[in-house]
Design a protein around this ligand. Structure first.
Ligand SMILES: [Zn+2]
Ligand SMILES: [Zn+2]
Ligand SMILES: [Zn+2]
Length: 1003
């Protein structure tokens, strides 16, 4: 008979294969055993895991498993498809993944359809650069093809990078704003606006980028510092000065305007004065100058009028409809009144160019001034003076100032360095320029639910109040933006986008309103994409007999072209703003409105904003119930990442070197609602945290070796007290973590799990369990009790970390004991419910253990102090004597059997404290003060008094505990009673006797 066959419990004897070899006492210990590797090798193992997930169709399996469950719909904001992903993307996409994986594990059906924003300037510009001059000669269709290819290249790149980070989604069927069905839906939604009367075409000053030659939306303008000339220019009064004030009669009177954009002077048509302000007339030599009283001192200084005498004072209302002479053009300039004139800068007399400013434009409209723009779309001056015809506006500043000087109109000049609007794409300064554009009117009349009159703007504002904004300041931010925004300029003079596919009447210039024609064009877009608008002629697209609804002009099939195609394209914010309509509305797997939109904090003016407007207009509701924002990623000093600082952190590089899991751990460690810090250093710290967590899992798995939950699990009420307590702690942790997942408080999840593994597991439970796990027989209740709880802890923990540590949780899952009906992947599993961990919460038990652990802290402190003083070596050499007041005494007596293990000492004696603070022991009633070898001063606290002495007895060679009952066991002479019992249980009795006999025979 081999030794292996003679030992009954399987897997407990290590060297069982070599019967002739002497059995060593050490080999009777049960040490942790698992193939779960210590080293994670994430950069190699993660791609292999991704392949396995893909091959097994895990994502589809998850979808099937949750079919019919309550839905949770996070609608994914489409990132722009140019360039690789950066850390901000990684942060946002990991947060989305945490949300959806935790929702899925909480039992929701939470699918994610990812998407990309594909149209627009950045890609068209890149393609321009690539094609160079060739583009000018290329047909539109070829340019569109090049743009599509460019976008697709980066979609593929970004997709592979996001997949690499372990983000789960329908990666094989994303939505692309450039796909045919999406383009068709974009146009269809535009027609919806158009047919319902939200859209108008009008001349209006809009932000204009000279470099990109296009109108820009408010959201596309950023303020940056810029140096501008600051000039004071006199405008000579040509109407009767005596009509303003008798004191001015017969004098040579001027006003002085101030501007930082001299290039707008050729378009100057009026000077605006505030009707309520006081204006003064300052006389110097033969000239009189009119400026606002509040600004007179500053003007005197800037225009060297220090000595001028004030000869009259009157309200600005007196200056309405006076006339001035343009400083260098043969033109009369009108005095007008306007409320927006301020008294904090300038002169109180505001040069007004209706084509180059919003206020100016409306003032011009009120006074019937010409609004034509004399700056072309490349920003060149036209129809001014011939010497600067065709000059770029910024280059025209100096020549204009020079002319002003020559004509004696320049009163003062300097430069100012100020905040000025710039294009967010190319960062060049932008100008205001009146052009024909398409607008969505914020004042479109609508009805409320109960039929009262309201406006589009007000409906959008009402909807903001129904949405939950996280953080809460998002509410006010977007509310103010919507409340004050101008009409939405939706047209762009570019090609890469969805055309505003409208026919214009060549006779009256009115856009054709014909829903049948519109439906036909949408159907064409579905088949051919936006290219259809370029491919087909008006005759192709418009049925014969189509009639202009305004002038009655009829399209004669094949005859004269009485209609033309609008070739402007839609603002890309319109494209992405209708994503709810293209993605959520018709997909039965999804739902509208979405439960959540979550993006960067700049999207209050971007995607959240345009999505709200589109959805309110079309569906009369916000497209989301909740909106959350993610902060910016900055370096440890709070600076933005930049090439020149070299402080960038590339998520792809981190995944390649340290593992995607480390990017995920870092993401979970930060409070994403705030701006978050990232650096190589912080990534390394995340890697350290990861290793600790991994080692805890390894240790737990090692101790589960040989444990079959069905056969071996111990009922809650039969668990040892410490195990019972740890079960309760695990329930507590689970309750907390589940509620934090629900509130997207991932940093709290992460820190709680970290603390649990470090404090509850490593420093307490797993540490004190070593004695029991290594020395007790696998079949013993003591060891099974601990294994039961370690198993439940692992089962709970692996699920709780799975949304974050998606790769590692799956790896741990594969090493957990198999149970019936167990899911193939942790990502198919549900979180354990608190009551599945601990059937009933036991508050009294928790209270007991809080006290026991505080006593333990005191014991450990005392032992540590003695160890430092070299009075004791290992804790097991010590015996702890605890005296206490009666109440604590009852507690200690109740848990008497657990104390030795809890303090990790060989013996504990519990007694009571007499009024003189002397200790008495219940067990042997021996007065401690009389005992020899008492170390240290008694440790007095409110409830306990501690003393430590040498443990009684001698060290058991197997368990290293000091015991008074050591004896011979087989060939081994110093084995304690506890170990002998365990060895018997493990079936060593006969082996030991046999070895003992051999030993005797040899001797
Ligand atoms: Zn630009
Ligand atoms: Zn017409
Ligand atoms: Zn022992």
């Amino acid at each position: 008979m081999t030794m292996k066959e003679s030992t009954s419990p399987a897997g407990t004897v290590r060297d069982a294969e070599a019967p002739e070899k002497k059995l060593e006492l050490k080999s009777t210990l049960t040490l942790p055993e698992t193939k779960f590797p210590m080293k994670a090798n994430l950069p190699q193992n993660e791609p292999a895991r991704l392949k396995q997930w893909k091959d097994s169709g895990l994502y589809e399996q998850i979808r099937t498993a949750r079919k019919g469950a309550p839905k949770y719909i996070l609608h994914y904001g489409p990132p722009y498809a140019n360039g690789p992903i950066h850390l901000g993307h990684a942060l946002q996409k990991c947060i989305k993944d945490f949300i959806l994986k935790s929702k899925t594990m909480a039992g929701f059906d939470a699918p994610l359809v990812p998407g990309w924003d594909c149209h627009g300037l950045p890609i068209e510009i890149k393609v321009d650069e690539k094609l160079g001059r060739k583009k000018l000669e290329m047909p539109a269709l070829s340019v569109l093809k090049a743009c599509r290819e460019y976008a697709q290249k980066f979609i593929n790149l970004q997709r592979s990078q996001l997949v690499r980070l372990g983000v789960f989604a329908y990666w094989d069927k994303p939505y692309l704003t450039m796909s045919k069905p999406y383009e068709a839906r974009t146009l269809e939604t535009f027609y919806d606006f158009f047919e319902k009367g939200f859209v108008y075409k009008g001349l209006k000053p809009v932000y204009w980028c000279l470099h990109d030659r296009t109108a820009l939306a408010e959201a596309e303008v950023e303020y940056e510092m810029h140096t501008s000339p600051s000039v004071y220019v006199r405008y000579a009064l040509t109407s009767d000065p005596g009509a303003i004030d008798p004191a001015l009669a017969g004098k040579q009177v001027s006003t002085i305007i101030w501007t930082t954009t001299p290039w707008t002077l050729p378009a100057s048509l009026a000077v605006a004065f505030h009707p309520e302000f006081d204006y003064v007339a300052l006389e110097q030599d033969a000239d009189v100058y009119i400026v606002a009283e509040a600004l007179a001192a500053a003007v005197r200084e800037a225009c060297k009028l220090e000595g001028a005498k004030e000869i009259a004072k009157f309200k600005g209302a007196k200056l309405e409809r006076v006339t001035f002479k343009h400083p260098f053009l043969d033109r009369s300039v009108l005095g007008v009144n306007a409320d927006y004139v301020t008294a904090d800068t300038g002169t109180g007399a505001v040069h007004t160019a209706p084509a180059h400013g919003a206020d100016d434009f409306y003032t011009g409209a009120r006074y019937g001034l010409d609004q034509t723009c004399n700056v072309d779309n490349e920003g060149r001056l036209r129809n001014g003076r011939s010497e600067w015809e065709g000059f770029n506006v910024f280059e025209a500043n100096e020549p204009i100032i020079k002319v002003l000087g020559e004509l004696g109109a320049l009163m003062g000049r300097s430069d100012i360095y100020h905040s000025y609007p710039h294009c967010w794409r190319c960062h060049n300064p932008v100008i205001f320029r009146a052009t024909e554009q398409w607008f969505i009117s914020m004042e479109t009349p609508l009805k409320t639910e109960i039929g009262a009159d309201t406006t589009f703007r007000q409906r959008a504002l009402d909807e903001i109040k129904r949405v939950k904004w996280d953080p809460a300041w998002g509410d006010e931010r977007i509310y103010n933006m919507i409340a004050t925004r101008p009409d939405w300029c939706i047209s762009r003079q570019r090609i890469w986008g969805v055309p505003i596919a409208v026919f214009l009447c060549n006779k009256c210039h009115e856009p054709l309103k014909n829903d049948l024609v519109n439906k036909h064009v949408v159907a064409l877009f579905e088949k051919e994409g936006a290219e259809a608008w370029h491919k087909h002629s008006v005759d192709d697209l418009l049925p014969g007999g189509t009639k202009c609804q305004k002038c009655g002009n009829v399209h004669d099939d094949g005859g004269l072209a009485e209609f033309r195609k609008e070739m402007d394209i839609l603002d890309v914010w319109f494209d992405s703003g209708i994503s709810w309509n293209a993605v959520l509305v018709d997909n039965p797997e999804l739902a509208f409105p979405a439960d959540l939109y979550i993006e960067g904090a700049d999207q209050h003016r971007g995607w959240f904003h345009s999505s709200l407007l589109c959805s309110v207009a079309v569906k009369d509701t916000a497209p989301y119930k909740n909106v959350a924002t993610v902060g910016w990623t900055l370096d440890e000093q709070g600076r933005a990442f930049s090439k020149s600082l070299g402080n960038g952190v590339d998520p792809v590089d981190i995944a390649d070197r340290l593992g995607a899991e480390i990017v995920r751990v870092w993401t979970a460690s930060v409070d994403f609602r705030e701006d978050v810090a990232a650096s190589e250093n912080l990534m390394q710290r995340a890697a350290d945290n990861y290793r600790k967590l991994r080692n805890t899992f390894k240790y737990l798995l090692g101790n589960l070796h040989g444990f079959d939950p069905v056969r071996d699990a111990v009922k809650d009420e039969e668990l040892l007290p410490l195990d019972r307590y740890m079960l309760a702690r695990t329930r507590e942790l689970t309750e907390k973590v589940l509620s934090w997942y629900d509130q997207f408080e991932f940093h709290r999840v992460f820190h709680a799990i970290n603390e649990f593994t470090i404090v509850d597991l490593s420093a307490l439970y797993l540490d004190v369990l070593k004695d029991r796990m290594y020395t007790f027989a696998p079949v013993s209740l003591e060891r099974r009790s601990a294994q039961t709880v370690m198993w439940k802890i692992t089962e709970a923990l692996v699920r709780l970390v799975a949304p974050i540590l998606s790769f590692t949780a799956e790896e741990v899952w594969g090493y957990l004991p198999k149970t019936p009906q167990r899911e193939a992947s942790v990502h198919l599993a549900l979180f354990l419910k608190p009551e599945e961990i601990e059937a009933e919460r036991d508050e009294a038990l928790m209270q007991d253990w809080r006290e026991l652990l505080s006593i333990r802290d005191k014991v450990l402190l005392k032992l540590e102090q003695l160890r430092k003083d070299k009075r004791i070596g290992k804790s097991l050499e010590a015996k702890v004597l605890i005296g206490s007041e009666p109440k604590t005494g009852v507690l200690l007596a109740k848990y008497d059997s657990a104390l030795k293990e809890l303090f990790n000492v060989s013996q504990v004696e519990v007694g009571s404290v007499d009024p003189d603070h002397k200790l008495y022991y219940l067990k042997n009633r021996q007065h401690v003060d009389a005992h020899s070898h008492v170390y240290g001063e008694p440790f007095v606290t409110h409830t306990v008094k501690l003393e430590v002495e040498d443990a009684d007895g001698i060290k058991c060679e197997r368990c290293w505990n000091y015991r008074t009952d050591t004896d011979q066991y087989g060939p081994w002479s110093v084995v304690c009673g506890r170990c002998r019992e365990q060895l018997d249980l493990m079936g060593y009795k006969s082996i030991a006797e046999q070895q003992d006999a051999e030993k005797q025979a040899h001797a």
